[in-house]
Design a protein around this ligand. Structure first.
Ligand code: HEC
Ligand code: HEC
Length: 369
């Protein structure tokens, strides 16, 4: 029976200490270090042999100057879906963060306003309110800053110096004018209040109702035998939880400013000067070269293609790459190594990830006129 007393903070702390260079195998039974592939198939693990499943999310940090209110959230919901925010009326935030695609993007690289191809894949934004660094490289430090970045940058194509002009245009829409006067009586509609409302809406995009969550709350029948086997591998031999710690399935939240690793995606067959340097562009630290934020794996079955460059089409292949040590390059993290899993064990990991499917949907709101 999974223990409810294991708090995510404890898990995250363990994950963070592992990530900060302690032995990844410390305190684990010796057989988990085995390099040799195990013959398939393995019998379904008994409940007593399974790792405890942490449940319950941390408290979300809400900025003092942007408290959640129902009216603000409703306003942000409309803005998130409104293509009139973009330079050419072609894109809303939702265009690239659709529920249909697990809340990430459908194309390998996102295609912004005026059909400009961007350099990265749209990430899943369920539970994004729990991060404190945003984008694959963590260059934005709040959802408010991120929203202005997306709006002014290539995603929506408005240009960061034109946000005030665009806002003045949108303020002519009577429905917005009225709502902004009510929700932000002192400021009215400005680029900052637009970003605040969108961020408030994003903080409601919470995925905590998966089969895994039901299992962690004590419902053993919520996972199939195959999924339980995958769960044991995820926590044990596969060493996935070092970086994708439950219950958020990203350890990025475990450290201020986020955690970033080079697992080799986007480095194969490219001259160094053509590699997306990821976190390095933010910190200029060699250790961050081609390192990217650990994505959450919630809803991952629905969010193909995978990785920051959308370079992998299927979850099977993404898992195979991760479990077999990533892609070698000059800066690959030592925390990712070939775990010697069999095909059946890979399949069990994929099955377990299916237990992280989110039930929620984003509803299309009525847009103001
Ligand atoms: C053209 C597609 C596109 C549009 C439109 C778009 N985004 Fe994104 N979004 C992306 C891509 C691509 C990234 C990752 C970019 C990077 O890491 O450099 C991203 C990243 C994000 C993130 C960071 C998630 C994380 O885990 O760090 C959030 C939040 C987000 N977008 C919200 C928004 C909001 C709000 C809007 C509307 C104002 C928006 N997006 C519009 C493609 C898009
Ligand atoms: C050293 C930290 C680390 C470990 C260990 C790790 N991952 Fe990851 N994982 C990452 C990072 C970083 C990315 C994003 C890489 C990128 O896009 O450049 C990622 C991406 C993924 C993705 C793609 C998610 C998406 O939305 O595109 C999947 C699936 C995944 N990991 C599964 C696993 C599995 C399964 C294991 C265990 C076998 C594992 N990972 C172990 C750090 C890790």
């Amino acid at each position: 029976m999974p223990s409810k007393s294991i708090k995510w903070q404890a898990m995250a702390a363990i994950a963070a200490s592992l990530a900060f260079g302690l032995s990844a195998c410390k305190g684990k039974p010796a057989e988990e270090k085995a390099e040799a592939p195990t013959p398939a198939p393995t019998p379904a693990p008994k409940e007593a042999e399974l790792p405890p499943a942490p449940s319950g999310f941390p408290e979300m940090k809400i900025p003092e100057d942007n408290q959640q209110t129902p009216d603000k959230i409703a306003l942000g919901h409309q803005l998130f879906f409104d293509a009139r925010l973009s330079v050419d009326g072609s894109r809303s935030c939702y265009s690239c963060h659709q529920n249909e695609h697990g809340n990430g993007g459908e194309t390998p690289l996102a295609v912004g306003a005026e059909d400009k191809e961007l350099t990265r894949h749209s990430p899943v934004i369920w539970n994004t309110g729990y991060f404190d660094a945003f984008y694959w490289d963590g260059r934005a430090d709040s959802l408010e800053a991120q929203a202005k970045g997306a709006w002014g940058g290539g995603n929506m194509g408005v240009g960061k110096d034109n946000l005030a002009k665009k806002t003045a245009e949108l303020a002519k829409i009577r429905g917005y004018k009225k709502q902004f006067a009510e929700v932000f009586p002192d400021e009215g509609m400005t680029p900052d209040t637009v970003a605040k409302a969108i961020a408030a809406y994003e903080r409601t995009l919470i995925c905590d109702d998966t089969a895994y969550d039901r299992y962690a709350e004590g419902d053993e029948s919520a996972l199939t035998d195959r999924q339980r086997e995958g769960w044991a591998l995820f926590m044990g031999k596969g060493q996935c939880a070092v970086c994708h710690a439950p219950p958020l399935f990203s350890s990025a939240m475990a450290a201020p400013g986020g955690l970033y690793y080079n697992v080799g995606i986007g480095t194969a067959g490219k001259p160094e000067d053509q590699v997306d340097v990821g976190r390095y562009a933010v910190t200029q630290r060699d250790a961050d070269w081609a390192a990217f934020k650990i994505p959450s794996l919630r809803n991952v079955t629905k969010s193909a293609p995978y990785f920051h460059d959308g370079s992998v089409a299927t979850l099977q292949e993404a898992v195979r790459i991760m479990a077999s040590g990533g892609i070698d390059n000059k800066n690959k993290t030592a925390l990712l190594a070939d775990r010697g899993l069999s095909d059946a064990e890979h399949a069990a990991l994929v099955a377990f990830l299916g237990a992280l499917d989110c039930g929620g949907t984003l509803e299309q709101p009525d847009l103001p006129k």
